[in-house]
Design a protein around this ligand. Structure first.
Ligand SMILES: C[S@@+](CC[C@H](N)C(=O)[O-])C[C@H]1O[C@@H](n2cnc3c(N)ncnc32)[C@H](O)[C@@H]1O
Length: 601
């Protein structure tokens, strides 16, 4: 008896805590105590613990706003809308609302009547969410689900997807320690380019229970709540909205856009090929049978990844949405590496994270388009001048609409492969892959040295992988690099794809060298290349997450107009909206004497 009491104590404490938490939440939202006694609720809202301890699905801590685990929250301003405070309340015509930007009460002209505030504070939909919480229900093979007990109109806000902001190494750790054996994943993509996810597995709210459907009745949207992409201070909120009128008792669902999460995929255009297929049990008439893209899932030759898939947020929009941004010109030579559709999809997916910019830039690396870049007006700034790019795209959060203007300038200004300037763009895995395959014959001594542009592309791609490795201390990036290499083609050897030191040499090509002497020798019968040793299977690090495709064209243009970002975590810049200038900024010297004195100090 005493032993049982001891064993039951943690669970009992957890359930008491869960009841208290639910009761508190219910009291805030006007829900009675009786509902919190449901065992489903107790299990769902109990404090988090590894599932292996109790042999049950992992529980979670209920939270009502995002927690920042891998970094501190960044603060910044959002643009003020143009609504008329006399008549408007930031309704459907609010510019911020249309761009999925949350109004800041401090700057919104309609405050305090603004209805476009933080998703977590939107009062009217919150009532619906409370009702949805009580409708947690067993959904067979899909586990728990969420349904609404009241009728919901189209476009209604149903709740914010709350979770913990984590980076990729932390996500990998959580998958291995908490989620892998449950096959339940609660990651959604937060900032692709920064490698950040929102995880509702350990801490979250009821929106985490919304299942995937191939014919969803909801959609997940990503709203900017503060800061800007340009300053790397952007923070977001994810919200669930009704796609159509939803009847009472209907289960809520959205299209996860399930895919393997690898930041470098953003640039490669190979999104969707590497994830571990998971069967979809949504039961929709048009169900593809798989979470994600059915046409690609069965083709995956990779063994099931231990770090498997997880849901994403929003449905993949028609890929034609960004096709207009594709550089004009002849069709690309390499259909796989420069897949326009893949690029468009990837660009759209991370458009919020600057991915569209990278997509456009990488597309211009296509040899077919190189001559086109040299036409037109001469550049005002030297190629690769980040300031020039920034100046062309200098749109602050207070001028979101002007962001669409500089897009073409920026793209023209991107350094060509032949001008020798360092790339300002984010190197893509596509570059690694593109370099590898064509340059493989260069190992043959009789072959001429490879062309310089390809060497550059390969080097940049290599640096991308190396940079990622440097930023991830536990070697996750190496694993990912190997993973990407394995997924890139039949060879699966990322080491063989990384250019040799000779090919990575900077500067003009040598006039003569060992390779030239070899090339000058009389031709001989080509010897078949020696078979490459099969590399040991790399530990996969594909963490399936979704990609958000919810940007409006204006938002896409806004992000496309911004300079490329570094990979890895963004540099956090302090924001001083109201404070005096920082101390380290000395006032400009007024005279030569003052300037000399300032130099001497
Ligand atoms: C965000 S959770 C959704 C809530 C989950 N059903 C639960 O019980 O906690 C995502 C997980 O639900 C399952 N799931 C959701 N939709 C599904 C579907 N259409 N078919 C199969 N499994 C699904 C998958 O295991 C997935 O990893």
């Amino acid at each position: 008896m005493r032993l049982e009491a001891i064993l039951d104590a943690p669970l009992a404490r957890a359930e008491r805590g869960a009841r208290r938490g639910v009761a508190r939440a219910g009291a805030r939202r006007g829900v009675g105590r009786a509902r919190s006694a449901s065992p489903v609720h107790a299990a769902a809202a109990a404090p988090a613990a590894p599932a292996s301890r109790r042999g049950a699905a992992p529980t979670y801590h209920p939270i009502s706003r995002n927690r920042y685990v891998s970094r501190a929250r960044m603060y910044g301003t959002t643009p003020a809308c143009q609504c008329d405070p006399a008549t408007g309340d930031c309704g459907e015509q609010c510019m911020n609302r249309m761009m999925q930007i949350v109004c800041t009460p401090r700057t919104c002209p309609c405050a305090p009547r603004c209805t476009n505030g933080s998703l977590g504070k939107r009062a009217a939909p919150a009532l619906e969410i409370v009702e949805v919480r009580d409708a947690l229900t067993q959904c067979g093979k899909r586990g728990l689900g969420l349904q609404t007990p009241v009728r919901v109109r189209k476009g209604a806000f149903l709740g914010e997807y709350c979770g913990e902001l984590i980076d990729l190494p932390e996500a990998a750790r959580r998958v291995r320690e908490h989620y892998e054996h449950t096959h339940n994943y609660y990651f959604v993509d937060y900032n692709t380019w920064a490698g950040e996810l929102l995880d509702a597995g350990l801490r979250g709210n009821k929106i985490r229970f919304v299942n995937h459907s191939c014919e969803p009745n909801c959609k997940m949207e990503k709203w900017l709540v503060s800061g800007s992409e340009q300053d790397h201070t952007a923070e977001f909120q994810l919200g669930l909205f009704a796609l159509r009128d939803i009847e009472a008792g209907e289960e809520l669902s959205y299209n996860y856009g399930w895919s393997a999460f690898r930041p470098i995929d953003v640039a490669s255009g190979e999104e969707g090929e590497a994830y571990t297929p998971m069967r979809c049990f949504c039961g929709a008439p048009s169900c593809t049978g798989w979470l994600g893209r059915a046409r690609k899932a069965p083709q995956s030759s990779r063994p099931p990844s231990p770090v498997t898939a997880l849901p994403s947020a929003t449905p993949v929009p028609p890929k034609t949405g960004l096709r207009a941004k594709r550089p004009r010109g002849r069709p690309r030579k390499d259909a796989q590496l420069h897949d326009a559709d893949g690029r468009a999809a990837a660009g759209a997916g991370d458009a919020q994270d600057g991915g569209a910019a990278a997509g456009a830039g990488d597309a211009q690396d296509s040899p077919a388009e190189t001559p086109r870049r040299k036409r037109g007006r001469p550049r005002k700034h030297p190629p690769g001048d980040a300031h020039a790019v920034r100046a062309a795209a200098d749109v602050g959060p207070s001028a979101p609409r002007a962001a669409a203007e500089p897009v073409p300038k920026r793209r023209r200004g991107r350094p060509s492969r032949s001008d020798g300037a360092p790339s300002t763009g984010a190197p893509a895995v596509a570059e690694v892959l593109d370099t590898s395959a064509p340059d493989a014959p260069a190992q043959d001594a009789a072959a001429p040295p490879p062309a310089l542009p390809r060497r550059r592309r390969g080097r940049r791609g290599h640096e991308a992988v190396a940079g990622a490795a440097a930023s991830e201390p536990d070697g996750a990036a190496e694993a990912r690099a190997a993973d990407v290499g394995a997924e890139a083609g039949a060879e699966g050897d990322v080491a063989a794809r990384v250019p040799s030191p000779v090919r990575r040499a900077r500067g003009r090509p040598r006039k003569s060298g060992p390779l030239d002497e070899l090339a000058a020798l009389p031709a001989r019968a080509p010897t078949p290349p020696a078979p490459r040793p099969t590399p040991p299977p790399a530990e996969p690090l594909a963490m399936p997450v979704g990609v958000y495709f919810t940007l409006t064209p204006t938002q896409v243009a806004h992000i496309s107009a911004q300079p490329h970002r570094r990979r890895g975590r963004p540099r956090v810049r302090p924001v001083f909206p109201h404070a005096s200038p920082p101390r380290w900024r000395r006032p400009a010297p007024e005279s030569d004497e003052a300037a000399v004195r300032a130099l001497l100090l």
